[in-house]
Design a protein around this ligand. Structure first.
Ligand code: FES
Length: 122
């Protein structure tokens, strides 16, 4: 016998999704979990995103290094510069630009801070 649980188990897109081009902000971390001078990898709508805190400001970039796909968000952060842990390519997390070739840029994502919550838009 089918019940109302069938209906409840259906996925709902209400208030979500970017099919119409709207940016959706997703809570990804508590601000205190990413202290200044650090980064981490978060997932927004299935995409791995590198989240960094530079002197209290948050920045979000694609986590996929333009060299060979290394996890940028696991790299060491020195000021605004992150070093990919795979082979050492460096990016300015404020712009996503590679420090050697600024024309090579990681995709940037918008970040909002709501109280203690950090949200990333995708
Ligand atoms: S994959 Fe990032 S430097 Fe090679």
């Amino acid at each position: 016998m089918r019940s109302n649980l069938d209906k409840l188990s259906q996925p709902s897109n209400e208030g979500e999704g970017s099919a119409n081009g709207m940016t959706v902000f997703v809570r990804v971390a508590k601000a205190g979990e990413v202290p200044p001078g650090s980064g981490r990898v978060v997932v927004v709508q299935g995409y791995p995103i590198a989240l960094f805190n530079v002197d209290g400001r948050f920045y979000a970039l694609s986590n996929v290094c333009l060299h060979r796909g290394g996890p940028v968000g696991e790299g060491e952060l020195d000021g605004p510069i992150v070093t990919c842990p795979m082979h050492g390519w460096e990016y300015d997390v404020r712009t996503g630009a590679n420090t050697i070739n600024p024309a090579a840029r990681l995709k940037r994502y918008e970040v909002r801070v709501d109280g203690d919550d950090v949200l990333v838009g995708a």
